[in-house]
Structures are given as C-alpha cells and as structure tokens.
Design a binder for this molecule. Structure first.
Ligand SMILES: *Cc1c(COP(=O)(O)O)cnc(C)c1O
Ligand SMILES: [Zn+2]
Length: 393
C-alpha cells in the first residue's frame, strides 16, 4: 500500500448543473444560487494517470483519490467503505433463463449500505471545511452513516428521520452519539424540520444533492464497476432510485473515465434503469408525463425506506441519465419486493435490502416487455443489507 500524497485531488471547480456557472470549492457549498440546481465537481484531467496506478492502492473507494474532491489526506474520514464484490447469481439466473446476472453487493459497507460512500466523502469534506455540526434529513440509512462518520470526525450530528422507520435505524444513530429527531411524515417532511432547525444554529446541511460531495463518494461505484469489469462495462445497470445520487454518480464516473482515458472513447455505455417503489414513484410519473415534475408529488411509505423520496431535488439529472443512456424508470410494488427478497435469500443465501430486491422484480418485468434481453450482461446493485429491515417484513 502506498502513502497517499497531500493535495493529490484533480478537482478544478464546482459548477452549476443548470448553467455551468462556477462556484468555489474552498468554501462550504450547498447548491447553486443561480439556478437552484445541484453543484457538480469538475476535475482537471490534463495530468493523465494510467489505471495501473490502482494496483498498489487500498481496497476501498479512496483508491480513486485523484478523482475525489478532498484536498488534504489528513482530513480523510474512512471506515473502509467501497470496493465491494460483484457476485454471479447462477441459480436465480437459470431459474429465469438469463445468461448472466451479476450483483454488486453494497451491503458489506460500513453501517450496512452504500450510503457509507457518500457520507465518508461528505464528512471528510466537512472536516476539511472546519464544520462543527452536521444535520441530515434521512429515510434511514443516510442518517446512520452520517452519525458514524461524524463520530469518527468529532463533528456533532443531528439526524431527522420519519418515525415509522424500523427501530434499528434509530438505535444506530443514538449509539453513534447523534441527536435523533423523529418526524411524522416522509423524508421531505424531515427536510422541512431541518430547514427550521437551521434557523437556530449554523448546521452544515448534507441533504441529498443539496451538498455536492455525497455524489462524489457514490460515483466510486461507477469506477469500481469499470475496474471490476476490466475496463469494459455491462450492457444494463439496474439501480434503486430515491434521491438518485448513485444513478447520477455512476453516469458521471463513466464520463470522467472516458476523459481520463481509462475507458475507450467509443465504448458503449450501459442502459441505466431507475427502479422506484409503487408507493412513491415521482420519476416514473414525470417520465410518463403524468406531471411536469415532482414538485407536487405526494408519496406513501414503502418497506424500501430508501425509495420513499417524493420530491427528489436532482430529478432533472436523473431524467437526463435515463434518457441519455437509453434506459427508463419503472415502479415495483412492496409485495413484489418482499417476494423477491425472500426468493434471493432462499436461492442465493443473501438477505438483501428491499431496495435491492425491487430490482429483481423489475428485471423480470423489463425482460417481459423486451426492454432487456436475457442474453445481455446485466448488473444489479444491491444497495444495502436486508438485516436492518427485518421488522418491516
Ligand atoms: C438511500 C438508499 C437508496 C436510494 O439511493 P439514492 O442515492 O437516494 O437514490 C437505495 N437503497 C438503499 C438501501 C438506500 O439506503
Ligand atoms: Zn446556474
């Protein structure tokens, strides 16, 4: 393992995703003042580095150090997140006549979900920017992850969560020393509570896509997928979309790797499918022209807590990824998620999160609709551990 060098980040700017206006990355950033849109981290790839540099790197998401926005290594707050395995699900694939189903298993991340990637990055940046108190509205997993990284970083943590969330999501926050506030409603109602609390104290708000760096942590899934596929890519990626960080991040990573020369310029990028819960599917509704956008969408809770996001701030970026990649969004019922969760446990020996389970139901539907061919190389992202949800069943 090599020692990482100080200021090895290639970050060059933060830009507005609406109009490309530049913002400083030396100050605490939220979203763009000009368009009220998410900010994106840009990198200077003029100093090209070969992928072989990765051979000696640590087996976590920080192996892509140059393409992450942290300036000083000393501010890194890591619990070993990322570089998760990709499994072949032979039994399930043959049961449904697929040639190959691959599943990247994010459940082994610290705090049991891929939220660890985003929060490791965001809390490292918070530390670098001298933040003393962080606050987050969460459907569950993001709150636990933020609490853990804040504990390690010595930053005060406040987590605002729907009261119907399973007990373990609440208990972990308190064990990590966070202040937990419960709200009767969904994550957008928690967001309103966060806005009120920010009037009383200068909290750093790490709400999904209203803070630029969780996206940078989540994008490392895209880097890993390319590296683990030996610098090729699958034909299809299924992703359970709530706020959409992973969907947007993976797509961003593919573009960055092309610019870096790590992926061929003419490579065919995967079709990206966003899977939502029938109880809360704003992106599906907008895609199907049942509404102009999600701003007035009202959702209901789902056993897949992470998918109960009625008004995702980055909706437009999600729609852009789906359109550019040739994929689409689709909704799955709670009942079907539950059935898939049980089936994967029995056939593959893995208790996956209901969010991940939703992808298996969606895949069967999409294949029946001829959106996906059984001969294609299909990658499913199991975003979390099912163990935290057992109370929901
Ligand atoms: C948060 C979460 C999601 C949704 O992720 P987004 O980045 O908000 O789209 C999916 N699965 C699990 C297990 C989650 O915790
Ligand atoms: Zn703008």
């Amino acid at each position: 393992m090599i020692t990482l060098q100080t200021s090895s980040s290639f970050i060059s700017a933060l830009t507005c995703s609406g109009c490309n206006r530049e913002y400083s990355f030396y100050e605490r950033a939220t979203f763009s003042a000009c368009c009220q849109k998410p900010l994106l981290s840009m990198y200077d790839n003029s100093e090209r580095i070969p992928q072989t540099i990765l051979h000696s790197r640590p087996t976590n998401m920080w192996r892509y150090r140059e393409m992450l926005p942290l300036l000083e290594d000393a501010n890194m707050v890591s619990l070993g997140e990322g570089f998760t395995p990709i499994f072949t699900l032979k039994k399930w694939a043959s049961k449904y006549d697929f040639d190959s189903i691959l599943m990247k298993d994010e459940s082994i991340n610290p705090t049991g979900s891929f939220k660890a990637r985003g929060l490791s990055m965001a809390i490292s940046k918070a530390k670098e920017l001298g933040v003393e108190a962080c606050i987050i509205p969460t459907a569950g997993n993001a709150g636990g992850a933020m609490a853990a990284y804040c504990a390690k970083a010595d930053i005060e943590a406040t987590v605002v969560m729907p009261c119907h969330t399973p007990q373990v999501f609440k208990d972990e926050c308190e064990l990590y020393g966070a202040t937990l506030i419960l709200v009767d409603g969904l994550i957008n109602d928690c967001g309103k509570q966060v806005a009120a609390l920010k009037q009383t104290k200068p909290y750093y708000d790490v709400s999904t896509m209203k803070e630029p760096y969780r996206l940078e942590g989540k994008k490392t899934m895209g880097y890993e997928i390319a590296e683990q596929f030996n610098w090729t890519l699958p034909d299809v990626i299924l992703y359970p979309a709530g706020g959409g960080t992973g969907l947007i991040g993976i797509w961003k990573a593919f573009a960055e790797m092309k610019a870096l020369g790590w992926l061929r310029k003419d490579i065919r990028l995967p079709r990206m499918y966003a899977i939502q819960a029938e109880n809360c599917c704003p992106v599906v509704e907008t895609w199907n022209h049942n509404q102009t956008n999600c701003l007035n969408y009202k959702g209901k809770p789902s056993i897949a807590n992470g998918l109960a996001v009625p008004q995702p701030f980055a909706e437009q970026l999600m729609l852009d990824v789906l359109k550019e990649s040739g994929g689409l969004p689709i909704a799955v019922s709670d009942q079907d998620m539950l059935a898939s969760m049980k089936e994967i446990a029995k056939t593959e020996g893995m208790i996956i999160a209901p969010e991940g389970a939703a992808l298996f139901s969606a895949l069967i539907t999409l294949t029946k609709q001829k959106q996906i061919q059984p001969s294609e190389k299909i990658l499913i992202l199991n975003t979390g551990s099912g163990y935290k949800y057992l109370e929901n069943l």
